[in-house]
Design a protein. Structure first.
Lengths: 120, 120
DNA sequence: CATGATACATACTTTGGGGTAAGTACTTGT
DNA sequence: ACAAGTACTTACCCCAAAGTATGTATCATG
């Protein structure tokens, strides 16, 4: 069959989408199953790691930290660790993170309307 | 420790997220790399299949139809096929589909601000 | 001295979304 | 007769995201 692939189209597409589409830009940051949920829980104020775990029982610890780290490097949350004996770490939204809440609200509003059949 | 797994956590999580989180509900419909882009192109009016293909050169035909079909079954677009000799098929947004445009706008607005460093 | 709590880390496996490549049906143009 | 255009369909493959399971450091408490 002799492969003809020149370069990775996947990466090309990613670049294309990122450059051309702000929606993709947002998706890259809050896409995935857990990020919006985490953001939602942080919207009410700062939370400890263990509080988040209890608030979102279905998430695994690996996913929780992984996403928290990504949100941190994306400048959407701030991690604050106090150097105490049993670790005490809190997470809270940055201004950019808070700026996403209207987006989430808009989505929630549409979802409610749609689920109620407002459009059908 | 003797495993404790009861049933497929993946499906449970999906159910949990869908029930508890309207954002996930939205993501299920407009998530993925291409759906928002397709929606964007349809926001300006109805488009033929081949017009969409030309407007989004990076997408493959398989992805384009696959997503169009999904959008159709999700009641976000309407497919109209005229029974003519060279096929003539147009797609356009439903009211629910149009209802998503504010969401996309909110995302775009945030993305612009964030990319310009308005939050840093 | 071993258990529990806290906040992680990490090796391994699975799954499904997305990509590649090729084929179909029907008709017009040359 | 055969290529070209339209709107798909299908078989196959790959990789990254998500999940499973287990380990780590520190100290308090029974």
């Amino acid at each position: 069959m002799t492969a003809i692939k020149k370069t990775s189209t996947i990466q090309e597409n990613k670049q294309y989408a990122l450059a051309a589409c702000p929606v993709t830009y947002v998706m890259e940051r809050i896409g995935g199953y857990w990020k919006p949920i985490i953001l939602y829980h942080l919207s009410h104020g700062d939370r400890r790691y263990s509080e988040l775990r209890k608030a979102i029982p279905a998430i695994t610890e690996k996913m929780l930290i992984q996403h928290l780290k990504q949100l941190e490097t994306d400048q959407l949350v701030i991690r604050e660790a106090r150097p105490v004996v049993p670790p005490f770490v809190t997470y809270r939204l940055t201004d950019a993170g808070k700026g996403l809440l209207p987006v989430i609200d808009a989505m929630a509003t549409w979802a409610m309307k749609n689920m109620e059949g407002a459009f059908s």
